[in-house]
Design a protein around this ligand. Sequence first.
Ligand SMILES: CC(C)(COP(=O)(O)OP(=O)(O)OC[C@H]1O[C@@H](n2cnc3c(N)ncnc32)[C@H](O)[C@@H]1OP(=O)(O)O)[C@@H](O)C(=O)NCCC(=O)NCCS
Length: 298
Amino acid sequence: MANHDTIQLETFELTLQDIADVDIEKLHALSIGVGWPHRPKDWQMLLENGKGVVAVDAIGRLAGSAMWFDFGAAFSTIGMVIIPPRLQARGAGSWMMLHVMQQAGKRRFGLNATRAAKRLYQSMGFTIEKTVFQCQGEATPITAPAVSGGAELRALTPGDIGAILALDEKAFGANRATLFDALLPVSQGLVLVRGQRIEAFSLCRRFGRGALIGPVVALNEEDAIAVTHPHVVEHAGKFLRLDTREESGAFAHYLAQSGLAVFDTVTTMSLGGRWMPSQDEEQALRPKTWALASQAFG
Ligand SMILES: CC(C)(COP(=O)(O)OP(=O)(O)OC[C@H]1O[C@@H](n2cnc3c(N)ncnc32)[C@H](O)[C@@H]1OP(=O)(O)O)[C@@H](O)C(=O)NCCC(=O)NCCS
């Protein structure tokens, strides 16, 4: 690495290291220190699907992390940007951000910023696009919503993977085949089939304090609810989370009625070009992401 790999923060000198060489327990302690719910296994999945750096102090203590997740050569998300509270507001966060962006090279970037990070990213040139609503709570299923047009809902099978990847790529704006290789073995998947065509899908896996539904991709709100509902039923009485960009409307209403209240919000931001579809694109009949895979993966 180049010579800007150390930074002096008052009395601390921090050095950058590859995140792949760090003990997961140390990363876990770092995220717990800022109140995040990730389990060691969640870190494991992040490390298997991304690259990044950590900062360490002179006696080897972890003093920060930042990661980026490649979705093709032209677009990456950035996430897991953490500076321990005792070292915040001294420039380490922006130093680590600049480093991961330099490592990733010229491309578009997207991220979901916490309140603490939003101004920092704005000062680095990131533009605000949308709000993400982190909905969670004890699942309390309502009566099954009706699905129109003779649609069939069934478990995802290996033969469906090509179709769900194509739907996800249209909705997300980049190919996430590698991420799905990691998500599918640990997720319960559902597809909605209409006239032999897969028109919606959902995944649900263990994450943080319980289970997380995402991604959910569908052409319309009714189908998005239809593929989400069985996971809510499956987790009745248990902790369930879903991150969505829907503020109002039937999907948001369905979540609120099912015990998944808005717990927090983060802000989707981008650098180097828009990430989220425009209003015109949203109005065209194209698949849309109703639930995120996670805040880091988008
Ligand atoms: C968000 C986070 C990563 C920022 O890290 P940080 O090291 O505090 O970031 P910086 O010091 O580079 O910048 C933070 C602020 O301090 C200011 N600052 C930077 N250097 C400074 C210095 N030497 N003295 C005083 N202020 C300074 C920055 O201008 C910035 O101001 P802003 O609030 O107007 O944006 C950190 O607060 C954190 O880990 N929070 C909890 C986890 C989290 O929310 N992560 C973000 C995920 S998207």
